[in-house]
Ligand binder design. Structure first.
Ligand code: PNS
Length: 165
């Protein structure tokens, strides 16, 4: 049984992420989407919310599950008997950093990383830009699964409502 992980912060998951997950699900028997349980501030969604949103977005694919992970990705791979890490690459600058992590992860436990070029129509989309544009009142629906776009709209409205007048 071949098993891969698609790891990330997914704050929020974009259509680019979903495209990589779908293509990975065609190549492996099982795919675990692993949401990093990082403690970074200024996130749009909590780790649990990100898992819920991804689980809903991935529901069309029977062989995809979503989980939170803490600590080292290689340890998550060992515990879940995952043989490959799949990462989407948008541009050359992604490659520099991802190559270093891939080589380090392989050195740590022998787990391999497979790089998947992002679909060209999503190559300029990033969660960071989505957060910035949405937070400043821009429309990001074109870059996200509909349910995630809807949740962003309500989260931004909630935060606006919390600001002092
Ligand atoms: O979506 P992101 O922010 O690019 O995801 C990065 C993530 C969570 C995949 C990466 O930071 C990660 O693997 N974190 C786990 C900690 C770890 O294993 N660090 C050592 C890397 S060599």
């Amino acid at each position: 049984m071949s098993r891969a992980v698609c790891p990330g912060s997914f704050d929020p998951a974009t259509s680019g992420h979903l495209d990589v997950i779908e293509r990975t699900a065609r190549l492996f028997d099982e795919v675990v989407v692993a949401v990093g349980n990082n403690m970074a501030k200024n996130t749009l969604f909590s780790p649990a919310e990100r898992v819920d949103l991804l689980a809903e977005a991935c529901s069309p694919w029977d062989n995809v599950t979503v989980a939170l992970f803490d600590g080292l990705l290689v340890d998550f791979c060992t515990i879940h008997r995952i043989g490959a890490i799949v990462k989407g690459l948008r541009f050359v600058s992604d490659f520099d950093y991802e190559l270093q992590m891939a080589q380090m992860n392989r050195e740590l436990t022998g787990v391999d990383t497979i790089f998947m070029p992002t679909a060209p129509q999503w190559s300029y989309v990033s969660s960071t830009l989505i957060r910035e544009i949405a937070g400043l009142g821009g429309d990001v629906a074109a870059f996200l699964p509909p349910r995630i776009a809807e949740r962003i709209r309500s989260r931004v409205a909630e935060r606006e409502g919390e600001k002092p007048p």
